[in-house]
Write a protein that binds this ligand. Structure first.
Ligand SMILES: [Zn+2]
Length: 117
């Protein structure tokens, strides 16, 4: 019977030692499905392996909304964080220049920060 398994009286090639991709869908028992996955996919034919994904704009928007957790990592949020960081750098650079000028002009002691310790 070489490498084929007998299951329910029929020959089955995809037994416990089969090394192919298994379906990882969570079953109602909480365990992975483990059926052979559709070629090139991570899910079996019964768990969406045959699906080609959302096609309509409405469906794609719904999927996008499902995967958005808090919006802190969206492209717009990242660009805004970068802009704020740059504003902070500019303000600190301006303060450094003012401090340097005040010390050079004699209006501020060079050790002015020490009084806050
Ligand atoms: Zn499955």
């Amino acid at each position: 019977m070489n490498d084929k398994f007998l299951e329910c009286g029929r020959l089955w090639q995809l037994g416990p030692d089969w090394r192919g991709q298994r379906c990882g869908a969570k079953t109602r028992a909480g365990t992975p499905c483990k059926n052979p996955a559709v070629t090139g996919k991570a899910r079996c034919r019964m768990h969406g392996g045959k699906s080609t994904g959302a096609k309509t704009a409405e469906g794609r928007a719904k999927l996008s909304a499902l995967h958005l957790k808090h919006g802190r990592s969206t492209t717009a949020a990242k660009a805004e964080a970068k802009r704020r960081a740059q504003v902070g750098r500019e303000i600190r650079a301006e303060l450094r220049d003012i401090e340097r000028e005040a010390i050079a002009g004699g209006w501020l002691a060079k050790t002015w920060k020490d009084q806050f310790e």
